[in-house]
Design a protein around this ligand. Structure first.
Ligand code: SF4
Length: 436
């Protein structure tokens, strides 16, 4: 083993956590840590948790249990827990798992190096007044020509099932100038596509040179950055799709024709119980307006089935909404209660009923996804090459519509935007051949 200290990070959950893990790795690299893929080789193991998915804390505790022999053999191994489960259950983690040295919340991870340097158990789940991004080193760990960029954090929406407003705090938007600076820096180092991230990204309201900017205005400014070819953003709330952002989908060529716009349920009654603050018709209206601006756009959504009180009729409304919108893909989950949220107080739907509904919904979503992919066969699309494929002479990348595409292209280079013709559709990807 070399003298450099090694850091192993396991990331659970969404793209925002992937971004946070990259930033924590960079913060620790200033302390002499390099990343390893093998927990057994590490001097520090960091579990970056997510509270959105089912059984998040059970998964964390079982992963921590698996680390126990490692810690017993090497007591100087540092074990840290970051992310939303750390924020929500920090005290419980330390009580049940004394092998954990560091608990750090999502708003305090710029302090991770100091926590790692200190001896004895460390907990930092504050929402500090300072902006953590001002205290992180410059970005280094790029994963090819695409990058995530967090522009907004936290959420003020308080959906009845969601812990984000409690674990990530109130909505905060990063200033425009810093986002533009970080984007220019990323582009100068080969990034051609950025995905703007936020728990409620289209609620963005960052300080600009002449007042507060919306996401639409930010996207228009980013489109002026020379060399930036593609812009995406996620995750959005239907109520925050304002006129300018919708118009940007029609008149900013760099803004890609794919939008993740979660609706969660197709039933007005359940949407009310979820405190989503919009009805199904509002969702249809916003979808129609975006399609008018960008007719070829593909949508994806999140759905929760078995929310407390969901009847067969409510579920039928969800299926009807899915059929009416026609999604390129979607993510669906069985409701599971998050402690501390209003919905956790209510009686759940019988698990067998929720299971059956989930299967029915997933079959419909899959049918739509396959049909969407089939519709691409024979068409010419643009693919940004992200890495070589497994087969010789093959490149892998994403189309404008976010389909994974395997391209026969012996001369292809990572970071290239290639025009290709789609030859076939497989389970989760397309295959294609280069035409230019
Ligand atoms: S809008 Fe999204 S992040 Fe905010 S409370 Fe609702 S589900 Fe959670």
């Amino acid at each position: 083993m070399s003298d450099a200290k090694k850091l192993f990070i396991k990331t659970y959950g969404c793209q925002m956590n992937v971004y946070d893990s990259e930033r924590m790795a960079e913060a620790m690299s200033a302390e002499g840590y390099t990343l390893t893929d093998v927990a057994e080789d590490a001097d520090m193991v960091l579990l970056n948790t997510c509270h959105i998915r089912e059984k998040a804390s059970e998964k964390l505790f079982s992963d921590l249990g698996r680390l126990r022999p490692l810690k017993d053999a090497r007591p100087d191994l540092k074990i840290g827990v970051a992310g939303c489960v750390a924020q929500a259950e920090g005290a419980e983690i330390q009580r049940r798992m004394p092998l954990v040295d560091i608990v750090v919340g999502p708003q305090a991870y710029h302090r991770l190096p100091a926590l790692a340097r200190a001896s004895g158990p460390q907990v930092d789940t504050e929402f500090p007044a300072e902006d953590k991004f001002d205290h992180l080193p410059e970005r280094k760990a790029l994963r090819g020509p695409t990058a995530f960029l967090t522009v907004q954090e936290g959420c003020d929406k308080f959906c009845a099932f969601c812990v984000v407003p409690y674990t990530r705090g109130a909505e905060v938007s990063r200033p425009v100038e810093r986002i533009l600076r970080e984007t220019r820096d990323l582009v100068s180092r080969g990034v051609r596509e950025i995905t703007l991230l936020g728990q409620n990204v289209n609620g963005y309201h960052g300080e600009g040179p002449d007042g507060v900017w919306s996401l639409g205005r930010l996207i228009r400014a980013l489109a002026e950055v020379d060399g930036l070819e593609r812009i995406r953003y996620t995750t959005s709330h239907p109520n925050d799709m304002d006129d300018d952002l919708i118009a940007a989908h029609g008149d900013v060529p760099q803004l890609m024709p794919y939008l993740h716009l979660p609706v969660q349920s197709g039933s007005d009654r359940i949407l009310r119980a979820m405190n989503r603050k919009h009805g199904r018709d509002d969702y249809f209206r916003v979808i129609d307006r975006i399609r008018k601006a960008r007719p070829d756009i593909l949508f994806s959504s999140d759905f929760i089935v078995g929310f407390p009180g969901e009847t067969d009729a409510d579920f039928a409304d969800t299926l009807d909404l899915v059929r009416r919108v026609g999604f390129g893909q979607s993510y669906s989950f069985k409701y599971s209660a998050r402690p501390g949220t209003p919905a956790a107080e209510k009686a759940p739907v019988a698990p067998a009923v929720a299971d059956e509904r989930l299967q029915i919904l997933q079959a419909l979503i899959l049918e739509q996804q396959r049909a969407g992919q089939e519709a691409m066969v024979g068409r010419e699309v643009t693919v940004l090459y992200e890495k070589p494929g497994r087969q010789p002479g093959q490149m892998v990348g994403k189309s404008d519509h976010l389909h994974a595409v395997h391209v026969n292209d012996a001369g292809g280079r990572v970071g290239e935007l290639a025009r290709v013709r789609v030859l076939a559709s497989a389970a989760n990807s397309l295959s294609a051949v280069r035409i230019s």
